[in-house]
Design a protein around this ligand. Structure first.
Ligand SMILES: Cc1ncc(COP(=O)(O)O)c(C=O)c1O
Length: 383
């Protein structure tokens, strides 16, 4: 059971009169994350006392935090990477195609996974099958979940999907989907960028093969830090680059020209070169530490409560929200009749209401820095 949290707006620096309903684009920086960054800059000012362990300790702490957040069995199953696209490329290129098989992806999936999968399909002569909601702008999460389950077949080599749809907040039943993947021996690669940190995630319980998350949204990180979980399937794979710091002799700086051939265990081989960014890694660590202190379940519950008045308005407009298949923190809403999503977003921005346009919807997203008046401002503008 999660403990209820109250507004945490005081921990951020959000300008007066701004209604920031756009964490799905980028989180505002926590004051504590900013402080961690400044500390990193100070530390970096003079490197005279740096020792080898300085290059690894902060990274290891971040891996520990992320492993704990997603319930990975070992921090060694986590790799620190610069972006979701980097993590997707590492995972996807290590998937073996089934003979005469195909790859599956959600229609409208974020390009970071989609583009890597397109390349893999070309390289391995596998068909890329899209799982669509019927019409590109459907918000029927139940139907879409069902379509995903029906699409997974014994011939499916790989399924790449988000646990929460990045455009509209549709939530996927990862437990049911992964069970079907297990049954059909389909490798499951999940983009957790829009779900992890704000809804519970358990890679062991859900049996996810790889989970990739950019850190600058729901994990409260800076930018250019992402984290990947690579499960047992990937522990002996081939990384997209060959960084010296991912070898077992990496901490022996004087002997680096021994050119160590052994990778550090599990996911360590996939880590980006220069992963030990002295400024952004402690920032990301602090972001995840704070998220864990709040707890994803409590954040989700706060967002669900905040959204209730909006749900009531949507229902009046004929858009019923089904909480089983709709995340609490992201909601796609249609613009008023006769108005384009871009025009509606412009109108909202005139009232300092920050949202984003994604396909046919306005994407509204909330976090603990949002309060009732933010949702009320949106409702006032809608009417
Ligand atoms: C679902 C999803 N994945 C990944 C990203 C970011 O990808 P990358 O880190 O490759 O820029 C976003 C950004 O909006 C996203 O919504």
């Amino acid at each position: 059971m999660s403990i209820a949290v109250k507004s945490q707006k005081h921990l951020f620096q959000i300008p007066e009169n701004e209604h920031y309903l756009n964490c799905a684009s980028m989180a505002p920086l926590l004051k504590s994350v900013e402080e961690a960054g400044l500390k990193g800059i100070n530390k970096r000012r003079y490197p005279g006392h740096f020792v080898a362990s300085n290059y690894f300790d902060e990274v290891n702490l971040l891996k520990k935090h992320f492993a704990s957040l997603i319930h990975a069995a070992h921090p060694e199953e986590i790799a620190i990477i610069p972006s979701a696209s980097y993590g997707m490329a590492n995972a996807i290129q290590n998937v073996c195609p089934k003979k005469g098989g195909h790859a599956l992806i959600l229609q409208g999936e974020f390009p970071s996974g989609r583009l890597a999968l397109e390349r893999w399909c070309e390289d391995h002569a596998q068909e890329l099958k899209e799982i669509g909601p019927g019409s590109a702008d459907s918000l029927d999460g139940k139907a879409l979940n069902q379509r995903v389950l029906e699409a997974i077949k014994p011939e499916s080599s790989i399924l790449v999907m988000s646990c929460v749809h990045w455009m509209n907040g549709i939530r996927f039943d990862m437990k049911a989907i992964s069970a079907r993947c297990q049954e059909t021996k389909t490798l499951l690669i999940v983009d957790g960028t829009q779900g992890v940190g704000v809804s519970p995630m358990d890679v062991q319980e859900y049996k996810i093969d790889a989970l990739i998350c950019a850190g600058y949204k729901w994990l409260m990180g800076p930018y250019s830090v992402a984290m990947a979980y690579y499960g047992p399937h990937f522990h002996h794979g081939r990384p997209i680059e060959e960084s010296w710091r991912n070898r077992t002799n990496a901490q022996a700086f004087s002997d680096l020209t021994d050119y160590g051939r052994i990778y550090i265990p599990m996911a360590g081989r996939y880590e980006v070169g220069e992963a030990s960014n002295f400024i952004s890694i402690p920032m990301q660590s602090e972001g995840i530490r704070q998220v864990m202190e709040w707890s994803p379940a409590a954040i989700s519950s706060y967002c669900r409560n905040l959204m209730q008045p909006l749900y009531a308005v949507l229902k009046k407009n004929g858009q019923e929200v089904d909480p089983t298949h709709q995340s609490a923190h992201i909601q796609g809403i249609y613009p008023p009749e006769g108005m384009s999503p871009a025009k509606f977003s412009e109108k909202l921005a005139e009232k300092n209401i920050r949202t984003s346009v994604r396909g046919a919807y306005i994407r509204v997203s909330t976090h603990l820095f949002n309060e009732e008046q933010d949702i009320q401002a949106l409702i006032d503008c809608m009417s």
